[in-house]
Design a protein around this ligand. Structure first.
Ligand SMILES: Cc1cc2nc3c(=O)[nH]c(=O)nc-3n(C[C@H](O)[C@H](O)[C@H](O)COP(=O)(O)O)c2cc1C
Length: 391
């Protein structure tokens, strides 16, 4: 088979596997296999491959403002060949920050520094996405490298944390102030305003952070949501806030802009949020026009028993993909190109999100291209030089 090599944007085709053949296709006939290096079009954007830089808080912002650090951190991975660069959890309100160092998007002042980053990412042939977030009861914390403890009072730089119910994350943590209906409405409005600003900054994709024990996840899980109003109790009530945010954002976003939602598919804790509920949620999100579920897990309670291991969250996403037909992203301890490729070729997920491995190796995607038999799509100023040295 003729394997095209590319300069960016990537457009590689690899040999086909049976399950990817269109129904009725001649077995002998070659159709391009969908693999890690295959492009993917979602609404108005085309990703050059299936490799995503997973959102990763840098805790390196002042007053929520993106800095040169964020430009280089995110820009390097765009240079390194990933298709989608997801900006870290970016707080829709100041009290929605995990730490004082979180990125924010609650004011107009945040737009231009983010726009600079989005422009650079797009100039590299990658797509810039941004994760919009509210940390809920897990807000107001020290920087992780300073211990990550709760900042309990304004004197030490802390603030009041909010949540669905007065249930702290861990014993001794601040008790969150329960949001009333007006407070919930303000959260929805804050996500909407943040989405407008993200568009103004030039982002072409938005992800709602509804995972890892932050505010939207706190509403989903019976372990953190003890409400008896229309936002708590039965599954339909617990899903209401996430669905409201997703619905509002879908209304605000132009048709060509994809909307992703990151969820924790299970709390890994008895009586908590689980995969069955996640499937129901994914069905609703799909109906609202959400394009992809980015399937993570855990983070809601410190007592969770998480079976951490290579690709341990992949089966959760597979189930959501199989039972709802929505696209999914796989994330968590995926480090090897061949494993990542198998996740896509085997139909476990449509995209592969990498976090820590991209910190270790910003050019992971270029190396993956080589390992999978394609030519690395070096950026132009590097490509000719790297190829010359190879001669
Ligand atoms: C430094 C760091 C910061 C993170 N920040 C975020 C974040 O902002 N939003 C999010 O959804 N997940 C965040 N995560 C989780 C990652 O996106 C990812 O889901 C997790 O690290 C598992 O993937 P990995 O095994 O490839 O690292 C973070 C992880 C790390 C290591």
């Amino acid at each position: 088979m003729n394997r095209p090599t590319t300069d960016r944007p990537g457009d590689q085709a690899l040999p086909v596997k049976a399950h990817d053949r269109p129904a009725g296709a001649d077995q002998a006939q070659e159709v391009p296999e969908i693999g890690l290096l295959s492009p993917l079009t979602i609404r108005g954007i085309t990703l050059r491959n299936r490799i995503v830089m997973s959102p990763m808080c840098q805790y390196s912002a002042a007053d929520g403002l993106a800095s040169d650090w964020h430009l280089v951190h995110l820009g390097s991975r765009a240079v390194g060949g990933v298709a989608l660069v997801m900006v870290e959890a970016t707080a829709v309100t100041p009290d929605g920050r995990i730490s004082p160092g979180d990125l924010g998007i609650w004011g107009e002042q945040h737009v231009e520094p983010l726009a600079r980053i989005a422009r650079f990412i797009h100039a590299q042939g990658a797509v810039a996405g941004i994760q919009l977030a509210h940390a809920g009861r897990k807000a107001s914390r020290e920087l992780p490298w300073k211990g990550g403890g709760c900042l309990k009072t304004p004197e030490v730089g802390g603030w009041t944390v909010v949540g669905p119910s007065p249930v702290p994350f861990a014993e001794g943590d601040p008790v969150p102030e329960p949001l009333d209906e007006a407070g919930i409405d303000r959260i929805v409005v804050a996500f909407e305003a943040a989405a407008h600003r993200a568009l103004a900054a030039g982002f072409r994709l938005i992800e709602i952070h509804a995972a890892h024990g932050y505010l939207l996840h706190e509403f989903l899980s019976p372990l953190s949501n003890r409400r008896t109003d229309r936002y708590g109790g039965c599954l339909e009530h617990r899903m209401r806030l996430v669905l409201r945010v997703a619905e509002r954002l879908r209304q605000v976003l132009p048709a060509e802009v994809p909307l992703f939602v990151r969820i924790s598919a299970t709390d890994w804790a008895d009586g908590g949020w689980d995969i069955e509920q996640s499937v129901v949620l994914a069905k609703h999100l799909k109906e609202l026009g959400v394009d992809l579920i980015d399937v993570s897990s855990g983070g809601l309670v410190p007592t969770a028993r998480v079976p951490v291991g290579k690709g341990y969250q992949v089966p959760l996403g597979r189930r959501i993909r199989d039972e709802t037909g929505i696209m999914t992203g796989a994330v968590g301890l995926i480090t090897e190109p061949r494993h990542a490729n198998e996740i896509v070729t085997g139909g476990d997920a449509d995209l592969v999100f990498l976090a820590r491995e991209l910190l270790r190796e910003p050019y992971w995607a270029l190396k993956a291209q080589q390992e999978l038999g394609a030519e690395a799509s070096w950026p132009t100023p590097y490509g000719y030089a790297v190829r010359q040295r190879a001669k």
